[in-house]
Design a protein around this ligand. Structure first.
Ligand code: NAD
Ligand code: UDP
Length: 352
């Protein structure tokens, strides 16, 4: 069956948290969506509800290897995003970021099509400029435990701009700041999934350090709108464009907010802070506002309520925790500095 209405769109990493929302959004716009994923951190359950859609297709594929398909646009999202996940196999993280970019850029070049890169605020490292505008070059440790991701994503941006300058390829680079919402993996170790599962289970809520470090959290629906607006923007808009919510909160405020919204009896406890953990992060979104007419709309409280509702489905009301699916226990994961802790072990064995 041929879809006469829409474009044929490849989404790498389409079974992940952001990718699954993007698949949904592009299908709802009448496009023909091909999801390519190796299911390293993505889950079939994220896209199960799309499997009967006539213009949705999935292939198990690792972007470290070339892919030969015929499409009209590529969104390159394949890459583990949470520190716990990307530090589990750092060499594979670099390969995914760099070889994945080379392979997808090669495909876009052959087909002469647009390609969007899901880059990250991590390219700014531990920033000395605040808030971060796109013109800031960053402050990144090249040899630390976050470097596999930060430098992998920086190299991917370099490749995108070199393909653009050298081959005239139509590129779009989105620098995504911390995003949260339904379908985050409860074991991903990111702060929002950890705090929500801990709060719902009345377990200790683990703040790393004194909780004075900040992040700015964007609700997933807003972020997906921004990504699609960037892809659909005029040819001369390549980015990089910051996409994120400029409201900045400390991890202490975040923990207290989630505890209150979840009606939890948890204690807030303090643990060692991971190496190279950025102290402050807030996007300057002037460029996105002016060039894309985009700005986030959901408040942190609204977004957290939706996310708590999502996680609540998996909590066994009378027991301590319930399985998300057969293999995934719903225990929060922790950073690799706490690798001796009990949560890390099931995670590491699940991932490989
Ligand atoms: P995620 O881990 O949920 O999704 C990543 C997806 O990529 C998963 O489905 C995973 O299985 C797949 N994948 C990983 N390695 C692959 C490989 N070699 N080949 C094919 N598929 C592979 O993470 P996410 O939060 O959905 O992030 C998606 C993208 O957005 C990533 O590129 C990430 O760097 C970027 N990003 C996310 C955030 C955020 O806050 N969520 C922030 C900045 C950037
Ligand atoms: N963090 C925390 N407790 C947790 C998990 C994370 O205090 O259980 C902190 C972490 O040290 C960092 C912030 O929350 O300062 C955001 O961490 P996350 O892993 O979600 O994202 P990133 O560091 O990549 O922005």
């Amino acid at each position: 069956m041929k879809n006469l209405k829409g474009k044929r769109i490849l989404i790498t990493g389409g079974a992940g948290f952001l990718g699954s929302h993007l698949c949904e959004k592009l299908l709802s716009h009448g496009h023909d969506v091909l999801c390519a994923d190796n299911f390293f951190t993505g889950r079939k359950s994220n896209i199960a509800h799309l499997m009967d859609a006539p213009f949705f297709e999935v292939i198990r594929h690792d972007v470290c290897f070339p892919l030969y398909v015929e499409v009209d646009e590529i969104y390159n999202l394949a890459c583990p995003a949470s520190p716990v996940h990307y530090q589990t196999d750092p060499v594979q993280t670099v390969k995914t970021a760099v070889l994945g970019a080379i392979n997808m850029l090669g495909l876009a070049k052959r087909l002469k099509i647009r390609i969007l890169q899901a880059s990250t605020s991590e390219v700014y490292g531990c920033p000395e400029t605040h808030p971060q505008p796109e013109a800031y070059w960053g402050h990144v440790n090249p040899i630390g435990i976050r470097s596999c991701y930060d430098e992998g994503k920086r190299c991917a941006e370099t490749l995108f701009f070199d393909y653009h300058r050298q081959h005239g390829l139509g590129i779009k680079v989105a620098r995504i700041f911390n995003t949260y919402g339904p379908r985050m993996h409860p074991n991903d170790g990111r702060v929002i999934s950890n705090f929500i599962t801990q709060a719902l289970l009345n377990m200790d809520m683990t703040i790393y350090g004194d909780g004075m470090q900040t992040r700015s959290f964007c609700y997933v629906d807003d972020l997906i709108n921004g990504i699609v607006a960037l892809m659909d923007s005029q040819d001369d808009i390549t980015g990089p464009v910051n996409l994120g919510n400029p409201r900045e909160v400390t991890m202490l405020t975040l923990a207290q907010t989630i505890k209150d919204l979840a009606g939890s009896k948890s204690r807030i406890v303090f643990k060692k802070r991971p190496a190279d953990d950025p102290m402050r992060r807030r996007p300057d979104i002037t460029m996105a506002r002016e060039k894309l007419g985009w700005a986030p709309t959901a408040t942190l409280e609204q977004g957290l309520k939706f996310t708590i509702l999502y996680f609540e489905q998996f909590i066994n009301k009378n027991g301590k925790h319930a399985a998300l699916d057969e293999k995934d226990g719903i225990k929060p994961a922790v950073s690799s500095v706490h690798a001796g802790d009990e949560y890390m072990r099931p995670l590491a064995s699940r991932l490989r």
